[in-house]
Design a binder for this molecule. Structure first.
Ligand code: CTP
Length: 396
């Protein structure tokens, strides 16, 4: 980290409050200044003293506390913050901010800030999926507030479902990512493809590739936060559309090809992280194919290699591909780099257990056309995206 950054951590009342302690500790280890504001109900779960000890700052939990210095606290913290993170964020604080209610220290500080605000929601799954909560989240996202989405798992109440606080390392890495983002891509145009494509067989069946879209969406978000004008072309993905990017939704290889070609000409950087289906059924059956006795043979024909086409018509664009490999990672990636006329290729070992596909982490080697090979050890996908743009922008 170059200069000391300040994070104001808002802690609201839920069983996951204790996990926010770990986030404070992780941020402090990165040299980040942390100020904690707790709501009254958060103080019922964990004593403010724990946050005080870890943050090495007084914890603020009452708007009418005598000011420790002659400053109006919610205004001074709102100004001081490089980022405000609410961990865990209850339905209540999300609802309050979404509806402009400022009635305690935390909500007034959020209202008074001009810095980025990120929520890490945690609550019972029925609360989280409640249409009102979802509408509040959508509204806030539309206004530029960020969310670190909860995981699915066993919740404190015994229910299993969406609503579990995201892992604390993912939260702290996301915060660090948001804080230390260079603004070096203002005026640049970046095109990213992400997710899988599908090749329909009949109205109910299709062939596809494994891809959550997380890597591509992280790349799009990193480019956006660095100031670029970003277009994200995505195959089917359960991820939410990132705010502040032009989003084009596609299904098939040919839809992705057309969308990419329509937008290619004036791009500065094109990153093709999508897992494109290489084959499609020779013919599409408009009726559902009925079960038959014995074997069913499906004839597949080759579909377009989108990236190869882009390499063939490349002008000024910096072209970045991904290589998903289960063997001879570097050798196969080198062949793709040459064959598709790329500037960089990100080689991804898909056999690795705790990285890749649905994971929030990745471990990759970036190969450059000048022969350089850069290993990026296991790190959050957002950090991989950061390192990739650092390389492209000559910062490594
Ligand atoms: N790609 C593409 N169109 C395809 C296949 C791949 O644009 N039909 C792009 C991917 O987005 C990725 C790169 O090419 O950036 C390499 O994709 P990958 O699946 O690793 O390799 P393939 O070229 O499909 O070769 P193979 O499946 O034989 O490894």
């Amino acid at each position: 980290m170059c200069k000391v950054k300040t994070v104001v951590l808002g802690v609201t009342g839920g069983i996951a409050v204790y996990k926010a302690l770990d986030v404070v500790s992780r941020l402090k280890k990165q040299g980040i200044e942390v100020h904690v504001i707790m709501t009254k109900s958060a103080c019922e779960f964990v004593n403010p003293l724990s946050f005080q000890a870890l943050s090495q700052n007084m914890v603020i939990n009452d708007m009418f506390d005598e000011p420790k210095h002659w400053e109006i606290q919610h205004i001074s913290l709102a100004k001081k913050a490089d980022l405000i993170a609410i961990i865990p964020a209850t339905a209540n604080i999300i609802g309050k901010v979404s509806n402009g209610i400022a009635d305690d220290m935390l909500s007034t500080t959020i209202m008074a800030t001009k810095s980025k605000v990120v929520f890490a929601p945690a609550m019972n799954t029925n609360m989280y999926t409640n249409a009102i909560v979802q509408e509040n989240i959508s509204r806030l996202k539309g206004l530029g507030y960020e969310f670190i989405l909860p995981d699915t798992g066993r919740l404190a109440c015994g229910d299993v479902g969406e609503g579990k606080l995201a892992p604390t390392d993912v939260i702290s890495d996301t915060i660090i990512g948001m804080l230390d983002c260079p603004k070096d891509m203002k005026g640049k145009k970046v095109l990213v493809t992400a997710g899988p494509t599908i090749a329909p067989i009949d109205p109910v069946r299709y062939i596809t590739n494994r891809s959550s879209g997380k890597m591509g969406y992280s790349i799009a978000e990193e480019a956006r936060d660095r100031g670029a004008d970003v277009t994200l072309i995505s195959g089917p993905s359960s991820l939410r559309r990132p705010f502040g990017v032009k989003f084009i939704s596609v299904n098939t290889n040919s839809e992705m090809l057309n969308a990419v070609l329509d937008n290619y000409k004036d791009q500065d950087v094109v990153v093709k992280s999508a897992a494109v289906a290489d084959y499609k059924p020779q013919s599409y059956s408009s009726e559902k194919i009925k079960k038959i006795d014995g074997k069913l043979t499906l004839n597949l024909i080759k579909d377009s290699d989108i990236l190869k086409k882009l390499g063939d018509i490349k002008e000024k664009q910096i072209l970045v591909g991904f290589a998903a490999e289960s063997q001879e990672l570097i050798k196969n990636a080198e062949i793709k780099l040459q064959k598709k006329n790329l500037d960089y290729i990100v080689a991804n070992d898909i056999t690795s257990k705790d990285t890749g596909f649905a994971s929030s982490y990745n471990k990759v080697t970036v190969l450059c056309k000048d022969g350089q090979k850069i290993l990026l050890e296991k790190m959050p996908k957002r950090m991989i995206a950061r390192e990739l743009f650092n390389l492209i922008n000559g910062k490594r």
